[in-house]
Design a protein around this ligand. Sequence first.
Ligand code: AMP
Ligand code: GLY
Length: 428
Amino acid sequence: MNVLVLGSGGREHALAWKINESKLLTKLFVAPGNAGTASFATNLNVNVNDFDTIKKVVLENNISLVVVGPEDPLVNGICDFFLADKELKNVGIIGPQRDGAELEGSKEFSKKFMIKHNIPTAQYQSFTAATLDNGLTFLETLSPPYVLKADGLAAGKGVVILDNLNEAKNELTEMLSNKKFGEASAKVVIEEFLSGIELSVFVLTDGNSYKILPAAKDYKRIGEGDTGLNTGGMGAISPVPFADENFLSKVEEQVVKPTIEGLKKENINYKGFIFIGLMNNNGNPFVIEYNVRMGDPETEVVIPRIESDLLDLFYGVATQTLHEKEIKINPQTATTVMLVSGGYPEAYEKGKMITGLENIEESTIFHAGTTIKDNQVVTNGGRVIAVTSFGNSLEEALEKSFKNAEKIQFEKKYYRKDIGQDLLAYKN
Ligand code: AMP
Ligand code: GLY
């Protein structure tokens, strides 16, 4: 079958790379893709939110399965667009419709969903500009730190955690009255602070059955020791040493099963990935957030650990036969280290020549923000390249990722040298 992957990051390179191994694949397209995907697939210069042009290329290229990488087109209703179109309705599409995408698109919706279906999460209340005064009074009843979340999509910046009551009150006012995050903060969720250590669990579902994919931990801050500004993610590891069998079985029973059942009860026909952000609080899982897509850079460690044919699993999702499929996971540890442009996540330059890619040994390179200019691979984003490696231990995998991270050069390259270091203490 012909397949189209939508997106241009490391996540999409990793998904396309795995699909490219499938015996079921005839021709692979990525839109818009990057220099990495161009080396084995056909890149199509189409924006992921331009549904009319996506329709045109799907029909022109006889594509029968579309894998949606980022959340934007999902929240904008790309799956609803396919289902409502006579010529597209039989094309398989991996991702939820708009109703399911609300799990990520609205914090309030996802909190209500969790409370209704008894899924462990922080207690919360939500407020609008009309109820600002109640919100300010509510803050006074809480103890710090204060967690404020813009209801809608805010490019990963909508969560603010503050230690000081006055700062929290100011922030709430900024969000609600002054629309700090535009329409996304027309509503704000205030929730109880959860302590513990974070990890993410990924689920693939066809709406009836599900497969749990490997868990991963990412490193969100720009600076070593988890300091500085938030980024899309600076590295990831899988499996997560502190998520033992006992904890993961609690995740399945208390979170995954009620989530899938809850979606069914709400008549949400969900076909795609569910990314569950969790806090491990004294061995008990609490859901911090849902995303309706894979994580980036988590995909760059989760997908390589899947030994089964990913396209066959996707086919199972599209045809609701996922229960017939087996999923086999590589027990080794995978690590990824993200090379970023100097200045990221604030202003940075693009178009820097990337060298040394031909010298990589024992790692797989996933391009996150690259393009080809005058036959040269150049930087084209804040996050540039993810270096993924396998090892029989976390140390072994990390050593390979760091060694190869050194070999790749571009002006003002930066990466965190402490990825995974906090977890070495957990090793058995
Ligand atoms: P979110 O966008 O909801 O994932 O939140 C971004 C980050 O804020 C999370 O990855 C956590 O580190 C932190 N966070 C969110 N909610 C809470 C909470 N209730 N308690 C503690 N930390 C939180
Ligand atoms: N790495 C976090 C995310 O993809 O949202």
